[in-house]
Structure formats: structure tokens, C-alpha cells
Design a protein around this ligand. Structure first.
Ligand code: BF8
Length: 619
């Protein structure tokens, strides 16, 4: 591995952390070396107490676990459990949003309102809920109730599946992977992967894809669509990114995690005059709410709130010495945060009953008292402002403007009301294709290097890039989310972007918002009268690490889109299973995974794939 990061602000803070004796994820990663070979290859099994068992990767004994499970069975079962955990995380987030909408419509929450009535009515029409002559609360209650039922749906079809092209739906039926409710599919993963149930790696894989599809076209799509109803559908907006957004003279509150139910409310409360006055009384010039990771994406998409960084920068934000409160809810929050915070003055404030952190202050957050709780949290940050340790303060000056907010609705608006100009540009070859670059950071690869290298190479070759998650934050910090970045694009894409005033890299939101990418791809396929697998499109997760990313990758190939993984999934010890994922899936789903750790080579694979698909479409 080369430099730990390609982001200068992060390198400065890593340096500071080293001088101050602070351990970060990179140090802990180092201490884990060499990582367990059986784990890396996916061939250890702990699913029953006859084990743990492991398979010899060199072909010697043992080649089976105590029960007789082979490497393929073991690796497939392990991967399925990763999909289940990832789908559970996304969909539980989605369920919380749906519940908040229901309770808001019933007048039981504090501070929330239905911000996008137009979207609410459009969704009601999609779900066959009468909306004419009815008030928004009434409609929202019916819609939310319908959605809640879909989470556990056993019979019938998920409503959002109708957004997929007819050919794709037929393929799902034929293969037997039309997803039911996400709860149902996840339970079945846990059942099938129990000792002595599903021992056929092919059968297991199909159910894994089915489960992932219930996330992408179910749980995650609910999270996105219902968040838009509650908090507003994103429209292009500008803001600032990287650790330089932290301000020495202001109370800095970093909201980190995933659900906008918390972060949007903190943003709202921080604008109240009396809290501002309280901050001024303590000698601060204001209250600076910043985002981190996906909840940062949620609020930057809707309010242009500054984003302090992506996954591997969470500890580094604390190292600046000016974060007065790091407010967290669920997912991707390192338990190490409280230990780093102990060395500075930062208060880590946990809020969810699902996610407690030893050493954190816990302030239970509930939708019923959301505004009061948000105010209380902000007051804790204000009170902590005076506890800063002057000698430990150092804020890197790196700060970069971004343009984000590209919901499907915003993209269509930017195109003048329909997808046609985009389709025309693709047909004419001005835009060669579309790549979705998404996912995390991972100390296995230089921080942000995978995202930036792949993105730059693709836009240079006239591929429009859409992004979410920590990948999008990486590009924000590098200036690639600005219309001026069109200068880095190839002549075709560059000209289209300049004519429309948009960046060549479109930030579409948080990781659940990959559902927006599915909707866009489906709409393009529908407009062309083809399947999603026929499109000159690809997915990539250059620095992925979370189980959510495994679910995402699986529903993306399940939706027919070729996907390149930049860190190696734990499957290589299982030869036939690996072949299924990287080759066999192509025959069944029309798409497969590729694993390529070099982002330049990954770009080559994507460009080749796009060229082949263009040829297939006669373009
Ligand atoms: O859901 S990209 S590190 S923050 S998992 Fe996590 Fe990965 Fe970031 Fe968001 Ni997504």
C-alpha cells in the first residue's frame, strides 16, 4: 500500500494523530497483519458448535467441515449472511423513515412535516391509494401503512418492482428470485444457512440475490422515497466539503451515521435564535452543523450542509480538536470514536436504542420529542465549547465546494423535463455510458484513491458517473462534483455538462439512495424498450468494506448491471462459487461481478463492458 490517503487534510490529521499518540483505523489495521487467511478466503465456518471448521486452501485435508460442508457451501453461506445483515441495515433504516411518516401524519411527532406533498401524491397513485379530495395526512397514513405491510410481505409483489423493465421482471420470475418482503427474505437466509439446510451453493446464491433485491427495490427504496416526502426531494445545491469546514470560532457539531430523522432535525434546531444566542454567550460566533458519512449525504443533498468527510475521516475529525459534539445514530460509526474523543474534549453522543457505545453520552432520541431532544443535544455541544484544549487544536485548511442534490426528479429537471436529451447523447456517442461508483473507504486501499482514480478515468472517456455514499464525498473533496470539472471530462461528456451546467459526476445521495440509480437505469431501459442488462452501464465499489455493500452489489447484478469490486470479497477459497459470481451469474442474470483492485484496470473493464453493450444496442 502506498500513502494512507490521497486526501491532504486526512494526511495532516494522521500526522497529528501520530504525534499525539492517537491510534486510528490504519494503525489497528496494521496490528491485524497478517489477517486470517481462512477468513480472507471465506472458508471458515462458525455456524454450529461442531466447528469452527476451515478448509485447506491448498487442496490438502481437510476439504470438508465436520458436517461435510465444502468450501463452496461454506463461502456461499457466509456471503449470504453478509447480504442479510446489509439488507437488514438498509431496510431497518427504511422502516424507521416509514414509521416516522406514519406518526407524523397521525400528529404524534414533534418538528417533522410532510415537505413534498407532490411526491406523496405521486407515490399514493403508484400504490393505488385514493388521493383526490383527501388531505396529505390522510394519504400519508394509508401509504405508510401499505409500506409497513410490504416489509413482511409473503404473498403478492412489492409495488416498486413495477418500476423495473418487463423483461427484468420476467427474468426474476423465471429464475424464481422475485423478491418478497425484505423481512421474509432475511429470515429465510438465516434459516437456509443454519447447519444442514441449504447446502447447494447455486441455490444459496439465488436466494442471496433475491434477498438483496428485496433491499434495493424494497427497503432501500422505501428509505429514499419516504425521506423525500418527509424532508423534501433533493434539488441541485452547493455546499462545502472536507475537514476545513470545521470552524475554530464556532460550536462544531458533526452528525454521523445514517438516518435523516436525526440529522435533519439537528440542522433545523441549530437555526433557532435562542440556541444561537446561547452559543454566542459562550463566546462562539455561531453553530456549525456538519455531516459525516451517509447522514452527511442526506443533509447535504437537501440543505447544502457542509460535509466534514467520509468513513475513514471520522476519527480524524475528532483529532482536529474542535469537534464539540459528534452525534451518532446507526451504522458505520467506529466504536473507537469514544477512545479518540477521550484524548480531546469531544463528546460522542449516541441517540439510538439500537446503537450504544461504551464511553459515549447517551441521549435517547424519539420522533415524539425530536425537536426538544435535538435542542438538548445542541446545548450539550454549546456547553462543551469552552472545554476545548487550545494546544490540541489544528484544523486543516482543505475545503472544497460541491454541487449535489441530483435526485431522479432533479436530473430530469436539469435535462429540461425528460430523459430524452440524455438518451440522445448516449445514442450519439457523446456520452458513452453511465457508471455508478459507490461505497465505502477501506484501509486496505489508499483512502479515496480508488474512487478518484476510477472516476477521473471514466469521465475522461466520456462516461457519465453517478455516485452515492462515501465515494461521492471523496469526489466532493476533489472538486469533481463541480460543473467546472467538465474540463476533466472527455470532449463529448464535457460538452453535454457545459451545456446543462452540471458536473460530470452526479451526487445522488446516501447509500440507500442507490435506489435512485436503480430507478434511473430502469427508466432509461424502459425508454429504450430493453432490459437493464442491455444498457451501457456498470457499477463499481472501489473501496467497499461494509455488509451493506455486499447487499448492494448483489442487487445491482441481480438487476442486470455488471459490477466491479475494488477490494476482494471473502470468496476466493471457494472455486466453483467464485466462478458462479464472476462468470456463471452472467448466463442467469445477464450480469456478473468482477474483482479488480487496480482502479485503472477496473476502468478498463468498465469501458470494455460499455463498448460491448453499445455494440449490442447497435450504437
Ligand atoms: O451507507 S459508503 S462506509 S457511510 S456503508 Fe458506510 Fe460504506 Fe460509507 Fe453509508 Ni454506505
Amino acid at each position: 500500500m502506498g500513502e494512507k490517503s490521497v486526501d491532504q487534510a486526512s494526511l495532516k490529521m494522521l500526522n497529528k494523530a501520530a504525534q499525539e499518540g492517537i491510534e486510528t483505523a490504519w494503525d489497528r489495521y496494521e496490528k491485524q497483519q497478517p489477517q486470517c487467511g481462512f477468513g480472507l478466503l471465506g472458508i471458515c465456518c462458525r455456524n454450529c458448535n461442531m466447528g469452527p471448521c476451515r478448509i485447506d486452501p491448498f487442496g490438502d485435508e481437510p476439504q470438508e467441515g465436520v458436517c461435510g460442508a465444502t468450501a463452496d457451501t461454506i463461502a456461499a453461506r457466509n456471503l449470504l449472511r453478509m447480504i442479510a445483515a446489509g439488507a437488514a441495515a438498509h431496510s431497518d433504516h427504511g422502516r424507521d423513515i416509514v414509521t416516522t411518516l406514519y406518526e407524523t401524519a397521525a400528529g404524534e411527532t414533534q418538528g417533522y412535516q410532510i415537505k413534498d406533498e407532490g411526491k406523496l401524491r405521486a407515490l399514493a397513485a403508484e400504490f393505488g391509494i385514493p388521493e383526490e379530495g383527501r388531505g396529505k395526512e390522510e394519504i400519508a397514513r394509508d401509504l405508510a401503512r401499505e409500506a409497513m405491510e410490504e416489509f413482511g410481505m409473503v404473498k403478492g409483489k412489492l409495488q416498486f418492482l413495477n418500476r423495473a423493465p418487463e423483461k427484468r421482471r420476467q427474468l426474476w420470475e423465471k429464475v424464481g428470485i422475485t423478491p418478497r418482503g425484505v423481512d421474509r427474505e432475511i429470515v429465510e437466509v438465516m434459516h437456509r444457512t443454519h447447519i444442514g439446510v441449504d447446502n447447494d451453493y447455486v441455490n444459496l446464491t439465488l436466494h442471496g440475490v433475491r434477498t438483496a433485491l428485496s433491499d434495493g427495490w424494497g427497503g432501500s427504496m422505501f428509505a429514499t422515497e419516504f425521506s423525500d416526502v418527509l424532508f423534501g426531494t433533493p434539488q441541485p445545491i452547493k455546499g462545502q466539503s472536507n475537514l476545513g469546514v470545521l470552524k475554530e470560532d464556532q460550536v462544531n457539531i458533526v452528525v454521523h451515521g445514517h438516518e435523516p430523522v436525526l440529522s435533519d432535525m439537528i440542522v433545523q434546531a441549530a437555526r433557532e435564535d435562542d440556541l444561537l444566542a446561547a452559543a454566542q454567550e459562550k463566546g462562539a460566533n455561531g453553530i456549525n452543523v456538519c455531516g459525516m458519512c451517509c447522514t452527511g449525504n442526506e443533509i447535504l443533498m437537501r440543505h447544502g450542509v457542509p460535509v466534514a468527510g467520509n468513513f475513514l475521516q471520522q476519527e480524524l475529525a475528532v483529532v482536529t480538536g474542535v469537534v464539540d459534539a459528534m452525534v451518532v445514530d446507526v451504522q458505520c460509526i467506529m466504536p473507537a470514536l469514544t477512545q479518540v474523543a477521550r484524548c480531546y474534549h469531544t463528546k460522542v453522543i449516541s441517540t439510538s436504542p439500537k446503537a450504544r457505545f461504551p464511553g459515549a453520552d447517551h441521549v435517547p432520541f424519539s420522533e415524539q420529542t425530536a425537536l426538544d431532544t435535538a435542542r438538548k443535544i445542541i446545548m450539550m455541544a454549546i456547553d462543551n465549547f469552552s472545554h476545548r484544549k487550545e494546544e490540541l487544536i489544528q484544523i486543516p485548511d482543505e475545503e472544497m465546494e460541491y454541487m449535489a442534490g441530483f435526485s431522479v426528479e432533479a436530473i430530469i429537471k436539469a435535462l429540461g423535463g425528460s430523459l430524452d436529451p440524455l438518451l440522445d447523447a448516449i445514442k450519439a456517442g457523446q456520452i458513452k455510458g453511465i457508471a455508478a461508483i459507490v461505497g465505502c473507504n477501506n484501509p486496505k486501499i489508499s483512502h479515496d484513491y480508488g474512487h478518484l482514480t476510477l472516476t477521473r478515468e471514466l469521465i475522461k472517456n466520456d462516461v457519465l458517473v453517478v455516485q452515492t455514499g462515501c465515494a461521492a464525498i471523496a469526489c466532493a473533496k476533489a472538486g469533481l462534483l463541480l460543473p467546472e470539472a467538465a474540463d476533466e471530462a472527455g470532449p463529448g461528456l464535457g460538452a453535454v455538462c457545459k451545456a446543462l451546467g452540471i458536473p460530470p459526476v452526479l451526487h445522488m445521495g446516501s447509500c440507500v439512495d442507490i435506489s435512485r440509480i436503480l430507478v434511473t437505469a430502469a427508466a432509461i431501459a424502459n425508454a429504450l424498450g430493453v432490459d437493464m442488462s442491455d444498457l451501457p452501464a456498470a457499477g463499481a465499489a472501489p473501496e467497499w468494506m461494509s455488509e451493506k455493500a455486499v447487499s448492494i452489489g448483489s442487487y445491482v447484478i441481480g438487476s442486470g448491471i455488471f459490477t466491479v469490486l475494488g477490494t476482494v470479497p471473502p470468496v476466493l477459497g471457494a472455486k466453483k462459487f467464485t466462478e458462479l459470481l464472476t462468470q456463471g451469474a452472467q448466463d442467469v442474470l445477464g450480469a456478473a461481478f468482477a474483482v479488480e483492485t487496480d482502479p485503472m484496470k477496473a476502468a478498463g473493464l468498465i469501458l470494455e463492458h460499455i463498448a460491448a453493450k453499445r455494440k449490442g444496442l447497435g450504437l
